[in-house]
Design a protein around this ligand. Structure first.
Ligand code: ADP
Ligand code: MG
Length: 700
């Protein structure tokens, strides 16, 4: 039994209100996050089929999904690689093969010559003619009796046990309910804004997307550019924007310790550095320093290309906190990256008499207890680590600043959680977030609307640009020769192995194999190897040898993507670069060209290249500008991957697609401003509808 209908509808109205949705289906749907009628309405088709008209066979192209009608001309069992029943269908304009791999003899008998059929299926190129494999088909009598659909057929993303038919029934019910109860889904975008941005109203847009009328452009729909789809995406992006601004306001209302230092420690570090800060670094240091002296939490994102020198800027920020008696925690997403920071910070801070601690998930027992003690007592001023830093048993005496590297791999929620954990009597710690992934401006404004932005848009002087070449792997011998020559000139070389599989152990195996082959080809070189399966200490030892030039050639997996800094390395060979994304290639290549010598990157691919791989290699060969590369990456791959959020589940829109809808982002910003200023009561319902009531997004 369905529960009795409530008089007032809301975004919470459960799906069991819909006819035909019982407990079983409700449970199935809950598994994919669909609980309310509103969730059903926002569960949009990912594809459409046109079953509204009959297509003449001569108009079919491979890849089409179409309804055809015709007469069976003949049928036959073929014994190819697999036995199949081949039925030839003709309609006066041409002939089409229907191919069945599974069939009964009764079925075969019923498909004899002269039988009239209507079929629906996907057309593909067969051996001699176009064909449909296992089409849906029905028999036609003498008069035309089959009924065609009146709207395009939606196909829904689904879950086990929910068939397309159930989806159509469920969405039909939801649309009916919406029609008779408009209050189920109120229009929250104010009328003047709908007009200004030419947005159709909500209920109509939903109806169009679920049940596109016969004259709707299938092409617009499939590419997601139909005005009805744009309208929904607009509202979702708008809600997201408003939600992040709420987060921001909420954070701004909190208190943090004002870290006003005399700059003494910073001055000492600056005098010891073997270089001067670039103008961009100085500007960002000043921006951070000004933030830290305020008693509101700093929430700053420091963006800078690979090698732009973000680490030293964060060290200067750390010193400001330490000098005022506060602790600093630096968190990196991987152990390798955390280790690299540990090395840099020990090199810089220990000569100033500061202790730099290390905490990862691997530490156990006594070692861990000791560190936890000295953090809780406030003896340890600075600690570097992974997420382990923010486990519940880690306590700080006076955490003043949290530095997070590569934050795009963490989500807003993780960030907020660990930040609240640092909260103490003095308030919440300041936050500095570093990212080496340059994010195009429009995206940054959408994804990081809760942060202030600092940009290091200048590389340290004296760097010579890396020349990149793309070669086929049948030229391996030549490439190996280049390695030999570089090392004869007292330069050092990286050889990077990649693998498609996520499997770490396979990747390590590949590195070991490559290492063996290179050792045979280059007997006079000192070769080292690092991969994820080596123990920390072993890896450290090899890296140290490479840094001190006791190793000429370093064979590595992509673990060296981040962190390694050896200015004397002038050549990097990447095997099978076609397997990597643009951002990753750019990061890897950033390991060379860090000194004054001319550097090269050889991308040694294995044919055949897919179209998108070919494009990626072209982009990386032609461009060194991280921002441009990120923009192209976005175009080639889509936004979720650029932001690295596939894993974290953040920034997953139900309808919007940052790439497709990039052109709307400026309007969305503007609309958000207008709503905040003129329609503040619309903020909460919009955010609640799209982002949910997750802590922090709603209020302000
Ligand atoms: P990233 O921004 O990629 O994290 P790093 O902080 O690792 O870059 O800096 C890259 C290298 O450049 C390091 O060896 C660092 O010591 C050096 N470096 C940083 N700032 C400068 C500068 N102003 N002049 C010269 N070298 C610098
Ligand atoms: Mg770095």
């Amino acid at each position: 039994m369905n529960p009795p209908l409530e008089r007032s509808w809301s975004d919470k109205t459960p799906i069991t209100h819909l006819k035909g949705i019982g407990k079983r289906n409700a449970e199935r749907l809950a598994r994919i996050g669909i609980r309310s009628v509103q969730d059903v309405l926002f569960h949009l088709p990912f594809r459409y089929q046109d079953r509204t008209r009959i297509i003449p066979i001569s108009n079919l192209r491979a890849g089409d999904q179409a309804v055809v009608e015709g007469v069976v001309n003949g049928s036959d069992i073929r014994f190819g690689r697999r036995r199949s029943l081949v039925v030839e269908l003709v309609d006066g304009t041409g002939a089409l093969v229907l191919r069945l791999f599974h069939f009964s003899s009764a079925q075969q008998a019923s498909l004899g010559p002269g039988t009239r059929l209507r079929c629906f299926g996907e057309v593909r190129n067969g051996l001699s003619a176009l064909e449909m494999v296992h089409p849906e088909y029905s028999y036609l009598g003498h008069q035309d009796d089959g009924v065609l659909d009146l709207s395009l057929t939606p196909l829904y993303p689904t879950t086990e046990g929910m068939h397309q038919l159930s989806w159509r029934k469920t969405t039909d019910e939801a649309l009916k309910l919406l029609e008779s109860n408009p209050s189920l889904l109120p229009e929250w975008i104010p009328q003047p804004l709908l007009e200004r941005y030419r947005l159709p109203e909500l209920a109509g847009a939903l109806r169009t997307v679920h049940r596109p009328p016969i004259d709707t452009s299938l092409e617009l729909l499939i590419s997601g550019r139909h005005p009805a789809q744009k309208r929904l995406a607009f509202e979702e992006l708008l809600a997201h924007q408003l939600g992040l601004r709420n987060v921001r306001h909420r954070q701004r209302r909190l208190r943090s310790p004002a870290l006003a230092s005399s700059g003494y420690l910073q001055g000492r570090l600056l005098r010891k550095l073997p270089f001067c800060l670039t103008g961009a670094q100085r500007r960002v240091v000043d921006e951070i320093s000004a933030d830290l002296t305020r008693d509101q939490p700093m929430m700053r994102l420091m963006q800078g290309d690979v090698g732009s020198g973000k680490t030293v800027v964060s060290a200067l920020a750390a010193l400001q906190a330490v000098e005022t008696g506060h602790q600093v925690a630096l968190m990196a997403p991987t152990e390798i990256l955390a280790e690299q920071h540990l090395r840099s910070f020990r090199r810089w801070l220990e000569p100033l008499g500061l202790e730099v601690g290390w905490l990862t998930g691997r530490q156990k027992g006594r070692a861990r207890a000791d560190i936890l003690d000295s953090l809780a007592e406030g003896e340890m001023q600075f600690v570097v680590g992974t997420q382990a830093l923010f486990q519940s048993d880690v306590r700080f005496q006076a955490l003043g600043l949290v530095i997070i590297d590569e934050q795009h791999r963490f989500g807003v929620h993780q960030r907020m959680a660990l930040w609240e954990k640092g909260a103490g009597a003095g308030g919440v710690p300041h936050q500095l977030i570093m990212t080496a992934t340059p994010i195009p401006r429009t995206l940054a404004m959408t994804a990081y609307a809760d942060l202030d932005l600092s940009l290091i848009d200048e590389l340290p002087p004296g760097r010579t640009p890396v020349t990149t070449v793309v070669v086929r792997d049948n030229r391996r011998a030549e490439v190996i020769d280049r390695v030999r020559v570089a090392c004869q000139q007292q330069r050092q070389v990286y050889w990077v192995c990649t693998l498609i599989e996520e499997s770490e152990s396979l990747q390590c195996q590949a590195a070991e194999d490559a290492c063996k082959r290179l050792a045979e080809a280059l007997p006079n070189l000192r070769i080292g190897m690092v991969h994820g399966r080596l123990k920390l200490a072993e890896r450290d030892a090899v890296m140290k040898d490479f840094v001190q030039h006791n190793v000429d050639l370093l064979v590595a997996t992509t673990v060296i993507e981040v962190g390694v800094d050896v200015p004397n390395a002038s050549l990097m060979v990447i095997e099978n670069p076609e397997r990597l994304g643009l951002a990753q290639l750019h990061q890897l290549r950033g390991r060379v060209g860090r000194g004054t010598v001319e550097s090269h990157c050889v991308l040694m691919y294995h044919p055949p290249l897919s179209e998108s791989a070919r494009q990626r290699l072209k982009v990386i060969r032609e461009s060194r500008d991280g921002f441009l590369i990120a923009q192209r990456d976005l175009e080639i791959r889509g936004a979720g991957e650029v932001l690295g959020t596939r894993q974290t589940g953040e920034m997953q829109f139900r309808i919007a697609d940052l790439l497709r809808h990039q052109f709307m982002l400026d309007d969305v910003q503007q609309a958000a401003e207008t709503i905040l200023a003129e329609y503040p009561d619309r903020v909460e319902p919009l955010v609640r509808r799209w982002v949910g009531a997750k802590e922090g997004y709603i209020n302000a």
